[in-house]
Design a protein around this ligand. Structure first.
Ligand SMILES: C[S@@+](CC[C@H](N)C(=O)[O-])C[C@H]1O[C@@H](n2cnc3c(N)ncnc32)[C@H](O)[C@@H]1O
Length: 247
């Protein structure tokens, strides 16, 4: 039997050929955003520069196309990018899956980071949510704290704007890998879009936030990353994460 939380050190395009067809319940991808620079932090770095947006999109398309057959008919996709490429990715998904497979354009709203005197400060990422079959995809609306005075102290269904803080420098979950995403974000997404006991694939897993979130929620997970540092950090985080029934 496979380890329920597998980390594979390879390029996404190679690793995907070893995954069984129709075996994945949710794919979450947080790829390099094409920022034009090397992303670097204390525990690792990765290249994030393509000559043009078209080249980035070609890189992404070739990998996504090979991944679609791996998804179950009930599966969903969450593609996490930002203002640089989200509009291209949306058109790509419309082409590959069909416009009627679009479910949500989620905004992950955060506060940290700089601003510019020349424009409104850019304070969100974009997460495109598509499904394979609009009638059968899994969705369990996450509940979040209500903010209105009338509902103070109660919870309500999350909207398509997710207000979750980015990791600050003092955050205990920070592992020093560049562009590490918060566990709270991944737990909300996986809890909503992957059935209990299902399998999440993250083909650019970085520090392994998706795999740790999946383990916390009793979901299986497979992570790929071509960077050995990323895979080592992911395995280490998984080792330190007790299975929910051991906790
Ligand atoms: C935005 S980071 C992921 C961060 C991750 N979500 C986290 O919370 O730590 C993107 C990752 O994609 C990896 N990557 C880039 N090109 C790749 C490829 N062709 N195949 C697999 N991984 C790749 C990089 O090494 C990097 O770790």
């Amino acid at each position: 039997m496979h380890d329920p939380h597998r980390v594979i050190q390879h390029d996404w395009i190679d690793a995907i050929s070893n995954i069984d067809d129709a075996s994945i319940d949710l794919i979450y991808v947080d790829p390099p955003f094409n920022t034009g620079k090397t992303q670097s932090a204390i525990a690792g770095e990765y290249d994030d520069a393509w000559a043009t947006t078209e080249e980035w999109l070609g890189w992404f398309r070739s990998r996504l196309e090979r991944t679609l057959p791996k998804l179950k008919p009930t599966a969903s996709l969450l593609i996490h990018t930002d203002w640089r490429t989200t509009h291209h990715v949306r058109l790509l998904l419309d082409e590959l899956l069909g416009e009627d497979r679009f479910v949500n354009h989620l905004i992950w709203k955060y506060g940290l980071g700089g601003s510019s005197p020349r424009r409104f400060a850019r304070k969100h990422d974009d997460i495109l949510f598509y499904c394979i079959d609009p009638d059968t995809y899994h969705f369990e609306a996450p509940m979040v704290p209500a903010t209105s005075n009338r509902m103070k102290g109660q919870v309500k269904k999350a909207t398509d704007v997710l207000d979750i803080p980015t990791l600050n420098n003092m955050a205990s979950e920070r592992v020093g890998y560049p562009t590490q995403k918060p566990l709270a974000l991944l737990q909300l997404l996986i809890g909503a879009c992957c059935p209990p006991g299902g399998t999440v694939l993250d083909p650019c897993c970085g520090s392994g936030t998706t795999l740790v979130a999946a383990k916390n929620l009793n979901r299986h997970a497979i992570g790929f990353d071509q960077n050995p540092d990323a895979c080592e950090i992911t395995m280490d985080r998984l080792k330190k994460t007790p299975a929910p029934h051991d906790a």
